[in-house]
Design a protein around this ligand. Structure first.
Ligand code: NAD
Ligand code: DAU
Length: 337
């Protein structure tokens, strides 16, 4: 891995990954291709923009000509694909862009990896491809794919294409499937940043259904370290689950945020449930722990505090976001639905 194309590198996880990679491997050349959708933000990459081994291209992963141009020009040997439409609720409002970017875009990148005989293609996938769990059990890499939302179906479709390109054309692929991330630079449409920001603004905190849906949380830096392990040492053709064994019902997270911010629980408001809402996720990450020796370094109590502090000291970052198109999305999903 020397010349690495990180697609979606201006988003939440992609930008955290770029910063980790540039610090851990100053000898590598990192090229970010990002469409800068509502979720992409060059401010997320401010720390690395001036580095001589970093380059940014604004563009769409569905544009095969542009992807080929970058691979040629930058002598790319590895693609790590973070680029995606990533929010379940938006996929329920409209699935079109999810199919374009997550399915067609991944296929464009796989074709490029095949044609240019790249040495690695890493697909950043999600535990949501496995569907929903009952009270017991965990998702393992052999759990059948059973996605429930347009978002997770588009990610599962991409995973199947990755599998097919490995099987049919011997493209050297790897897939990671991680649980729910939290941490700095997460777009405030997702549970944790949305609740922190609403609480800071004394706005109501909208909890779907009974608040007892369970997610399995991981600090974004732990996820990024795991991706780096998989990209450098993972076995070609394999899937690796990533998680930190931190299952929490949503209501518990929201109450914790209110407590940390010294705000009253009367801000909580139970709202209409997300259609098709997956009840519980829990991920078994024993394969990556045993085979690659990766383990999460952060515990939830410290890392959620660190996250809350980041949003407290980076008000300008999120105020700019919530003052734009975000308001029309918020109105459409939370008020008019
Ligand atoms: P995000 O929405 O914050 O970032 C996505 C990035 O992709 C943005 O910068 C956006 O501009 C870019 N992008 C979107 N469409 C594009 C296109 N057509 N061409 C080029 N760039 C495009 O998402 P995230 O939370 O950082 O997630 C990154 C990846 O990780 C996604 O593939 C997601 O499915 C996966 N994932 C996310 C989580 C999570 O909890 N957030 C967990 C597991 C896996
Ligand atoms: O599991 C990995 C997935 O985690 C990623 O693949 C997705 O990209 C990422 O968005 C995330 O999906 P979720 O749907 O689990 O995350 P979200 O933050 O949207 O919601 C977390 C839980 O909180 C879920 O049960 C829905 C609930 N929720 C969410 C929001 C935004 C609420 O109750 N109220 C809200 O306003």
């Amino acid at each position: 891995m020397k010349n690495i194309l990180v697609t979606g590198g201006a988003g939440f996880i992609g930008s955290n990954f770029v910063k980790l990679l540039i610090n851990k491997d100053p000898g590598c050349h990192i090229v970010v291709l990002d469409k800068l959708t509502y979720a992409g933000n060059l401010k997320n990459l401010e720390d690395v923009h001036q580095k001589s081994n970093f380059k940014f291209y604004k563009g769409n992963i569905c544009n095969s000509e542009f992807v080929h141009y970058i691979i040629n020009k930058e002598k790319i040997d590895t693609i790590i694909n973070f680029a995606a439409e990533s929010h379940v609720d938006r996929s329920i409002l409209s699935s079109h862009e999810f199919i374009n970017t997550n399915v067609v875009g991944t296929n464009v990148l796989l074709e490029a990896a095949r044609n240019f005989q790249l040495s690695k293609f890493v697909q950043i996938s999600t535990d949501e491809v496995y569907g929903s769990l009952g009270k017991e059990g965990q998702f393992s890499e052999s759990t059948p794919l059973s996605p429930n939302s347009p978002y997770s179906s588009s990610k599962a479709s991409a995973d199947l294409l990755v599998r097919a390109y490995n099987h049919t054309y011997e493209v050297p692929t790897l897939i990671t499937r991680c649980s729910n991330n939290y941490g700095p630079y997460q777009f405030p449409e997702k549970l944790i940043p949305l609740m922190i920001i609403n609480a800071l603004n004394n706005k109501s905190l909208p909890i779907y259904g009974d608040g007892m849906n369970i997610r399995d949380w991981i600090f974004v830096e732990d996820h990024c370290e795991a991706i780096l392990e998989v990209a450098t040492r993972g076995k070609i053709g394999e899937v690796y689950n990533i998680g930190a064994n931190t299952e929490k019902p949503n209501i518990e997270i929201v109450k914790l945020i209110l407590k940390e911010l010294g705000k009253d629980e009367s801000l909580i408001s139970y709202v209409k449930d997300r259609p098709g809402h997956d009840r519980r996720y829990a991920i078994d990450s024993s394969k990556i722990e045993k085979e690659l020796g990766w383990k999460p370094k952060h515990n939830f109590e410290n890392a959620i505090q660190k996250t809350i502090e980041w949003y407290l000291s980076n008000k300008k970052w999120w105020e700019e976001i919530i003052s734009g198109d975000y308001q029309s999305y918020y109105k459409q999903w939370y008020i008019e639905r």
